[in-house]
Ligand binder design. Structure first.
Ligand code: FMN
Length: 252
């Protein structure tokens, strides 16, 4: 199994899947992680596993995806901004574990058929995204390569992800590594709305792109998780305070 940081470096959105049922030990691992996340966070992540390659766990849009998956995660949580951020943070933890286990994944908030997932939601709960969990095809079809190149081609430059009043060469290595991981992370329609701010010795994360799309709070949580994994791989453990502008607290 890859380390979490290796999985972070390797992850890309996979939109082309083999029709193959996941191995039981992988399903078990994903199930126990989902349970752990739910009890730690109060979120309501659910794993759908049909156990049958010809029965899709979710109907993904044929315009974006090819093949199908018989396993997926439903990321369910409260409808408010902090819940959205927590869904991002813990959803990315699930994604990186899936990648470490050799799976292909993608955050899918929009391009799936909501009627294809059987889920009862109370008014204060929202199905934020589904995460297909499957084996990526060995060869990525041209269509899916074109989709990814078109979206990621609009990436911002690395220095646009960090707000720091001094030469970038003086940025501590663990922070530089964290910022790089934020850039590499997924975001809704690749908006990359989150910056890391390093000021007066404090590291915070903020949404710089002001648009009405509440999915930017998913992106905030994803960015924080990416940063944390990379910082830890560079030798600095810590955790985030939730919220836009929340601070990264170094352990010890
Ligand atoms: C919250 C969120 C929602 C997303 N929704 C969709 C979606 O509905 N359909 C899709 O094909 N990709 C979706 N994506 C994937 C992004 O398009 C993708 O992460 C981004 O383009 C960066 O590419 P990469 O993940 O390959 O690095 C979503 C990503 C995030 C973070």
């Amino acid at each position: 199994m890859l380390t979490e940081y290796e999985a972070l470096l390797r992850r890309v959105s996979v939109r082309s899947f083999e029709k193959r049922v996941l191995e039981p030990h992988i399903v078990e691992e994903l199930r126990s992680l989902t349970d752990e996340i739910n009890s730690q966070s109060g979120l309501d992540f659910r794993l759908i596993h049909t156990g049958d390659a010809s029965k899709a766990a979710v109907k993904l849009s044929g315009a974006m995806f090819s093949g199908s998956v018989s396993t997926c995660a439903l990321l369910i949580g409260g409808a408010d901004e902090i819940s959205a951020e927590m869904v991002g943070y813990f959803g990315q933890k699930l994604v990186l574990r899936a990648v470490a286990l050799g799976l292909g994944t993608c955050w899918v908030a929009g391009t799936f058929d909501r009627k294809s997932v059987d889920v009862e939601l109370t008014e204060d709960r929202r199905l934020w995204s589904v995460i297909p969990l499957g084996y990526a095809t060995a060869k990525v079809p041209l269509k899916q390569r074109t989709i990814r190149a078109a979206i990621r081609g609009k990436d911002r430059k690395l220095e646009q992800f960090i707000e720091f009043d001094h030469p970038l060469s003086t940025l501590p290595r663990w922070i530089a590594s964290g910022v790089e991981a934020v850039k590499m992370g997924p975001s809704a329609v690749n908006q990359q709305p989150v910056n890391i701010v390093y000021k007066d010795g404090l590291v915070t994360a903020r949404i710089w792109r002001e648009n009405a799309n509440i999915l930017k709070y998913n992106d905030l949580g994803i960015a924080k998780y990416q940063f944390q994994v990379a910082a830890e791989a560079a030798g600095v453990r810590g955790f985030w305070n939730f919220g836009d502008g929340g601070e990264f607290i170094v352990d010890g």
